[in-house]
Write a protein that binds this ligand. Structure first.
Ligand code: ARG
Length: 391
């Protein structure tokens, strides 16, 4: 029997994939990566077994995800089209890397995923597999099978006695990890309407958000957060604490029309309180500690880095080269940023850094001004020359 390793989430799509691959004559080995979804390993194994898996691997990759993927995206300031912190996108190369490792270990020539033929995730999984293991072939049941809608998949699941999860699963397609939740499909496809209440996943709708300001202090060292409110925390725990605090205050939800790799525009809702709090604080600290030209240049790098992540090009030379630049810039990005959360807002309240380039004696309009204003006139004359010569 041909062996195939399936990236299995326990959701509707991958559960149907499992059965479909079996019916095509494959011995299916499931691999579930835990990047912060809510299913227990025991539950996943049980579900996979009930759906017919020959063997199931469950790996807790939260730490690897936070330290080797999310941390890089944070330092890079990677936000796609200004609204998406790339939570789903960042997880795909990591999952694909482990999928390939398991395929090698199991001597399987095939891997499979439950992504649709219209999405970005198929691109991310398959490009990563192609780069890391060119000989392994990918099968994408959703691009081949005869099921054409979620309703048909639900019928297929019922017919084959595949356990289906919550009703939410039927309403929307949801992908969750520690860096954020992506919600799409169903009622959200109507872009003329505000997202319905049932599309809220863990961030509180503004009218139900805490009616009180929540103050936080985040200390960064070389571009990464190391303390929350004075207490040392590892990155993963810090993210989880900020997700809790932010979600109570209705922070970190975006409603996005985004440009997919394959060319279509789609609408997605993202909930990512910790990611938005950390990006906001990190950007503020960079504004304080990076000189103007480095800061401006890094804007362009952030833009490109976000595209790289979105487009599935994580394991590339370009990404590694940009990391070298980014890490160099982060050497001075240390200090503390104070923040206040209130009804969806993230407000900066404090900025402290030993590397601060803000000099009050230069900026002040009050007493103690050290800025030599007589230099300004000559400077402005020179500044204008390139635009005057053509007259
Ligand atoms: N549009 C997002 C991306 O391309 C999320 C994709 C997965 N979303 C989902 N709801 N299943 O990264």
């Amino acid at each position: 029997m041909k062996k195939i390793v399936l990236a299995y989430s326990g959701g509707l799509d991958t559960s149907c994939c499992l059965k479909w691959l079996q019916n095509k004559g494959f011995e299916v080995i499931c691999f579930s990566a835990n990047l912060g979804s809510e299913f227990s390993p025991a539950d996943l194994k049980k579900r996979a077994h009930l759906s017919g898996a020959a063997k199931t691997y469950v790996k807790d990759l939260q730490k690897e995800f936070s330290d080797e993927y999310v941390a890089l995206a944070l330092k890079a300031g990677a936000i796609y089209e200004g609204k998406y912190v790339l939570s789903t996108a960042l997880g795909r190369p990591l999952i694909a890397k482990h999928l390939v490792d398991i395929a090698r270990k199991e001597k399987a020539d095939f891997v499979a995923h439950g992504c649709t033929g219209k999405g970005n995730d198929q691109v991310r999984f398959e490009v990563t597999t192609a780069i890391l293991a060119p000989k392994i072939k990918t099968i994408a049941p959703l691009r081949e099978w005869e099921l054409n809608s979620r309703e048909e998949e639900i019928d297929y699941a019922r017919k084959h006695k595949i356990p289906i999860k919550s009703t939410k699963e039927k309403l929307y397609s949801v992908d969750k990890n520690i860096w954020g939740v992506s919600v799409e499909g169903g009622a959200l496809e109507d872009i003329g309407k505000e997202p319905p209440e049932n599309s809220y996943y863990f961030v509180k709708p503004l009218k139900k958000a805490l009616n009180q300001e929540v103050y936080l202090e985040i200390e960064f060292k070389r571009g990464l957060p190391i303390k929350l409110n004075g207490k040392s925390l590892d990155f993963l725990s810090l993210i989880s604490k900020l997700n809790k605090a932010g979600s109570q205050c209705g922070v970190g939800r975006t409603d996005v029309i985004e440009d997919r790799v394959i060319g279509i525009k789609s609408r997605e809702i993202y909930e990512a309180p910790a990611a938005w709090i950390l990006h906001t604080a990190h950007k503020e600290l960079e504004a304080l500690t990076l000189d103007r030209e480095t800061l401006f240049f890094k804007e362009a790098i952030s833009f490109k880095y976000a595209q790289i992540i979105y487009q599935g090009l994580w394991f590339t030379e370009l990404k590694n080269s940009l990391d070298a630049f980014i890490n160099q810039t982060q050497k001075v990005v240390s200090g503390t940023i104070g923040i206040k959360l209130y009804k969806g807002n993230i407000v900066i309240t404090k900025r402290i850094s030993v590397n601060s380039l803000y000099k009050k004696e230069l900026a002040t309009y009050g007493r103690g001004d050290k800025f030599d204003r007589t230099l300004a006139e000559g400077f402005i004359k020179l500044w204008a020359i390139p635009f005057q010569v053509k007259n």
